[in-house]
Structures are given as structure tokens and as C-alpha cells.
Write a protein that binds this ligand. Structure first.
Ligand code: SF4
Length: 336
């Protein structure tokens, strides 16, 4: 078992035995240079900010392509206007071990969302719009404060609908001394244009791959094209950053980390997703197979409308999902 601790020694004591060093997935942190420094040096980062703002008018910053003018503060499906709404920022000790380390992952939670998962666990933030619209300068300040507190990375949670604002904030933060790797922690419902803007900015992509089947996605996340968009996005993310690489302490530096939530009754399509990852992306794709599905308030208040997801998964369902991962060739997993 890993342990959450505030000291490196406790963190290392809890590390499991992995073959990452033998397999070439360990790099020296001393040699690490965040991706964004190169495009900042060349002036490209400033150009990305300008291109990002263009994506907001009319808005096509995600696959919803709402077409509203967000520079004029019009609101689309994600419920975010010109400024990025932030619900909280803090050193997160509940993320994957390779992100939280012993000092925490410097997490910035954006509110609003471009998906509408009927089982959302954070509906007050994603659907309810809880959060404060912040300027790029304010978000940059949050990033620098998290760096000062010793966090191992900056972790943007639910950023799909605020990529232009994220770029604005990164530019300001880098100018003021930000040097941590950036984590893009996404549902996977991202568009090619946004991901192109993030190429050379993000070091660690952490997308969900929620569902394989379009009909299931249409019903449960209100986006029939989710599986196709997620496949395209993950392929592009892997092209940009490759397989996950960690430092000598097991803390992530760069690469792709997939989250997959096991759903009741096999609804997620775990076998097809793992086959896709192993055969089309990489057998060394780092996977966090998650067992924590519970019917959230949204499901419970719509009693009877979603009977297929009205219970937690069983131990047997999780064991079967793990077995499927092995059978399909996945071999690198995040610890529970
Ligand atoms: S980012 Fe928001 S407004 Fe823009 S296309 Fe996506 S959901 Fe619509």
C-alpha cells in the first residue's frame, strides 16, 4: 500500500515495486524541463494565447461547437463566459500517487463542464455553476502559490471549456517563474483545435475514457460522439507526450495517464477501451482503473430514469474489469 504523507521518506516507504526503471520510464527530475519553456522562449506561447481567444468567437473550443460569442460573455452549454470560473485551488492529496507524491498535486478545479454526465459526482460545480470567474492574472497567482507550497505539479481539473483562458494564465505564470509540469485532467471530450494549442504546453495528459458505445454515451453523458472524440483526443495526447514517465521518487513528469471508471453491468465497455489502448495507443499506457462509481444525487433524484446505473459496482465486476485489462495487454496501472 502507498501512504499519503508529507515527507518524501514516507512516500517512498509506501511505494510498490514496479519495473518502470527497467522499462525506461524513470527520468531524473534534475534534468526535467517543462514543455512550455521552449515555446515561451520562442514567442510561440503568446501566439497560442491569441489563437485561443479566436476559438471563443464564435465558440468552437470544444466538440459542442455552440457558436456563442464568449468574448462578449455569452454562455454556451458549458456555462462559462469570457472568464474561467474556478471553484477551488489547493494541494490535492487524493489524486493518483504519481501526481500527489508527498506534497500534493496543485489542483485548480474549474467549474462548468462541456459534458452532462447524469451520474456526475460534482454536479454543484459542473451543472450548478458554483465557482468564481477569475482573470488570467488571478489564475496565474493561484498557480504560483501552489508552486510555493511545494506541489509537484499544477493540475487543471475539467479544463476542456477553458483552454484559451488556461493558456492566458500559463503565459503570465511562466513569465513570473512557474516551472512545474502541467497536468490536463479532462473528461476526454476535447476538440482537435484545443489540443493543437496545448501541444508543447502540457506535460501530463490525464483523460477519462468513460464509454465505448455511442448509444450509452448519448444517454449517460449527453454526447453521442463522446467515444469517437475521446479516441481521437487520446491518440493526439499520446502523440504529444508519449507514455508516462516518472522521476526517481515515482512522481509523474510527462506522459499519458488514462482514468477508466468501471460502471455497473459492463456499461463502460471496458474490454473495447482496453483493447483500443493496448493496440492503437500503447501497451505501456498507464491506467487508473477506478472502482468508486456510486449513484450520485442526480441519478437518485431521477429515480427510475436510469435503472442501469442505480447501484455501485460489485467486487466481482471490478475484478472482472481488472482481468480484462490484463487479457487485452495493459500492464501499467496506478495504485488504488
Ligand atoms: S467551450 Fe462551452 S461554449 Fe464553447 S463550444 Fe464548448 S460547450 Fe460550447
Amino acid at each position: 500500500m502507498w501512504r499519503i504523507g508529507t515527507e518524501r521518506s514516507i512516500f517512498k516507504q509506501g511505494m510498490r515495486e514496479v519495473d518502470d526503471s527497467k522499462a525506461g520510464f524513470v527520468r531524473s527530475r534534475a534534468d526535467f524541463r517543462p514543455a512550455y519553456l521552449d515555446i515561451w522562449d520562442s514567442g510561440e506561447l503568446e501566439q497560442r494565447v491569441a489563437r485561443g481567444l479566436q476559438l471563443m468567437t464564435p465558440c468552437r473550443a470544444c466538440p459542442r461547437v455552440c457558436g456563442v460569442d464568449r468574448l462578449q460573455d455569452e454562455i454556451g452549454a458549458c456555462r462559462a463566459g469570457r472568464l474561467a470560473p474556478v471553484s477551488s485551488a489547493f494541494p490535492h492529496h487524493g489524486e493518483e500517487n504519481c501526481l500527489r507524491g508527498w506534497k500534493g498535486s496543485g489542483t485548480i478545479f474549474f467549474s462548468g463542464c462541456n459534458l452532462r454526465c447524469v451520474f456526475c459526482q460534482n454536479s454543484d460545480i459542473s451543472w450548478g455553476g458554483q465557482g468564481q470567474p477569475l482573470t488570467a492574472t488571478q489564475i496565474a497567482l493561484l498557480m504560483l502559490e501552489l508552486q510555493d507550497r511545494g506541489c509537484h505539479n499544477i493540475n487543471f481539473v475539467t479544463p476542456e471549456h477553458v483552454v484559451p483562458q488556461l493558456l492566458e494564465a500559463v503565459l503570465e505564470a511562466v513569465e513570473q517563474g512557474l516551472r512545474l509540469p502541467l497536468v490536463y485532467n479532462t473528461s476526454g471530450y476535447d476538440c482537435a483545435e484545443s489540443l493543437a494549442l496545448l501541444d508543447g504546453v502540457i506535460d501530463i495528459y490525464m483523460p477519462d475514457f468513460k464509454f465505448w458505445d455511442a448509444a450509452v454515451a448519448k444517454r449517460l453523458v449527453m454526447a453521442e460522439d463522446y467515444p469517437e472524440r475521446a479516441r481521437e483526443a487520446i491518440r493526439e495526447m499520446h502523440r504529444q507526450v508519449g507514455d508516462l514517465v516518472v522521476d526517481e521518487d515515482g512522481v509523474a513528469l510527462r506522459g499519458l495517464l488514462i482514468r477508466h471508471l468501471v460502471m455497473p453491468r459492463g456499461l463502460a465497455g471496458t474490454r473495447q477501451i482496453m483493447r483500443y489502448l493496448a493496440q492503437e495507443i500503447s501497451r505501456d499506457t498507464f491506467v487508473n482503473l477506478m472502482a468508486q462509481y456510486r449513484p450520485a444525487a442526480l441519478v437518485l433524484t431521477r429515480a427510475g430514469r436510469y435503472p442501469e446505473i442505480d447501484r455501485a459496482i460489485t467486487v466481482g465486476e471490478f475484478v472482472e474489469a481488472k482481468q480484462i485489462c490484463f487479457e487485452e495487454g495493459i500492464r501499467r496501472f496506478s495504485d488504488p
